[in-house]
Write a protein that binds this ligand. Structure first.
Ligand code: FES
Length: 367
C-alpha cells in the first residue's frame, strides 16, 4: 500500500507542474534550452541574426523569430525577453522593419537607442553581437496605417521614428499616391535614425516629402513651430501621427491645435515612461488583493503593479507603460487614476491596467 502511494505522489506532482501552466510544455524549458534554445515553449524564441550600427548611440538588432511567431502590422511593438546577469527582463520595442521583410526572409528589425540609465537597452548594446537567442512576445499595439489611402502627416522625434520607418516603407511598397509628409526632429546629422531608408524612400517614392530638422545644427533653433507646417498642403484632410519624446509631442499638439487641426485627426504613440500624476485628491491608500486576501498601504503615485510586486505577488506584465494590456486586471471597487491621461476611474467594478493605475483611496483588485 505504502509503495503504491509513493509511486503516485511523483506523478501527481508532475501533473501539477504540467497542467497548472498556460503551456504545459514550458515545464521542460530548462532541458529544451540546453538542447536547442529555439525549442523552448514559455515564450517565442528568436535568434539574433546580426547587430548593425544605425546612428549615434543607436543600433539595429535583426531577429529571426521561430515559426510560432504570428507576424505583425506596420507600427506594432513586441516585448523582448532577455536574461541579463542571471535575471530575466522584459522590455517593449517597436519594429522598425516591414511585414514584407518578415514575409520574405523571416526577420524583423528593432532599432534601439542607448538611454541614460537604461539598464537593459545599454546591456543589449554592450553584450549582444549576433547568434544569441532571446524571447519575443506576439506583436501588439494599434498605431496602425489607415485602412484606405489618404493624405498623411508624420511628426517624429529621435527614436520615435521607428514605427514611422515601418509605415513609410510599407506605404511605398504599396505605391500609395496620396501625399505623405514627414517632419523629423533630431539633434544633428549623426542622430538621424534610418537615414539610409529615408533618403532612399524620398528618392524612389514621389508621394513622400521628407523634412529633417537638426535642432542643434541649424542657424537658429529648429524646434517645432507653425512655419514648419507651411509646406504641408491640405492639412485639414491629413491623418496625423505623432511619435517621439513627450516634449515634442506636447509642442506639436499645441502647434496643430493653433492651426485648427481637429483632435480626431491625430494619433499618438508613447515613447517615454508614464509621467507622474497631478491630482487634486491625494493619491495612495489601502490596496486589497482579493484573491490572496492581502491588504497593503500605498503612498504617492506608485502604480498598482509596483504595489503588488512589493507585496510579493507576481502579476503578469509586459511593457509596464500602458501599451500591451498584459497587466489587465479586474478592479472590484475603489478609484484609480490613469498615469497616462491623469483621469480618475469610476468607483465600481471594471478592468484596469495595473502598470498605469494609481490608487486614489482604498481599492480592491482581483489578484
Ligand atoms: S504591462 Fe503593458 S499595459 Fe501594463
Amino acid at each position: 500500500m505504502l509503495s503504491t502511494v509513493n509511486t503516485r505522489a511523483p506523478l501527481r506532482w508532475l501533473g501539477k507542474q504540467l497542467f497548472n501552466r498556460d503551456d504545459p510544455g514550458a515545464f521542460f524549458d530548462p532541458l529544451l534550452a540546453a538542447l536547442n534554445p529555439m525549442w523552448v515553449r514559455g515564450f517565442v524564441p528568436a535568434r539574433l541574426v546580426e547587430v548593425t550600427d544605425e546612428a549615434r548611440d543607436t543600433r539595429s538588432f535583426h531577429l529571426r523569430p521561430s515559426p510560432r511567431w504570428r507576424g505583425f502590422n506596420a507600427g506594432q511593438h513586441i516585448n523582448v525577453i532577455v536574461e541579463a546577469d542571471g535575471v530575466r527582463h522584459h522590455r517593449t520595442f517597436t519594429i522598425a522593419s516591414t511585414p514584407r521583410q518578415w514575409a520574405s526572409d523571416g526577420t524583423v528589425t528593432l532599432t534601439i537607442k542607448r538611454l541614460a540609465g537604461g539598464r537593459i537597452t545599454n546591456w543589449m548594446h554592450d553584450n549582444l553581437c549576433g547568434g544569441e537567442v532571446m524571447g519575443v512576445s506576439q506583436a501588439f499595439g494599434d498605431f496602425n496605417l489607415p485602412e484606405t489611402d489618404r493624405p498623411l502627416l508624420y511628426i517624429a522625434g529621435g527614436s520615435g521614428i521607428t514605427p514611422v520607418l515601418s509605415h513609410l516603407a510599407t506605404l511605398a511598397d504599396r505605391d500609395v499616391r496620396a501625399p505623405v509628409t514627414l517632419l523629423y526632429y533630431v539633434r544633428s546629422q549623426a542622430d538621424i535614425i534610418g537615414a539610409g531608408v529615408l533618403y532612399a524612400l524620398a528618392a524612389r517614392w514621389p508621394a513622400l516629402t521628407l523634412k529633417i530638422f537638426k535642432t542643434e545644427e541649424e542657424g537658429e533653433p529648429a524646434l517645432m513651430n507653425e512655419a514648419h507646417l507651411d509646406s504641408v498642403t491640405g492639412l485639414d484632410a491629413r491623418q496625423i501621427y505623432l511619435c517621439g519624446p513627450k516634449g515634442l509631442m506636447t509642442l506639436a499638439a499645441d502647434v496643430l491645435n493653433r492651426a485648427g487641426v481637429a483632435e480626431s485627426q491625430i494619433q499618438t504613440t508613447f515613447f517615454s515612461a508614464p509621467f507622474a500624476v497631478a491630482a487634486d485628491t491625494p493619491l495612495g491608500g489601502a490596496v486589497t488583493f482579493g484573491k490572496t486576501d492581502k491588504t497593503v498601504e500605498s503612498e504617492g503615485d506608485a502604480p498598482l503593479l509596483e504595489i503588488a510586486e512589493a507585496a510579493e505577488l507576481k502579476p503578469a506584465y509586459g511593457c509596464r507603460m500602458g501599451i500591451c494590456h498584459q497587466c489587465s486586471c479586474r478592479k472590484n471597487s475603489g478609484t484609480v487614476v490613469n498615469r497616462l491621461t491623469g483621469k480618475a476611474s469610476g468607483p465600481g467594478e471594471e478592468t484596469i491596467q495595473l502598470c498605469i493605475s494609481v490608487p486614489q483611496g482604498p481599492v480592491t483588485v482581483d489578484l
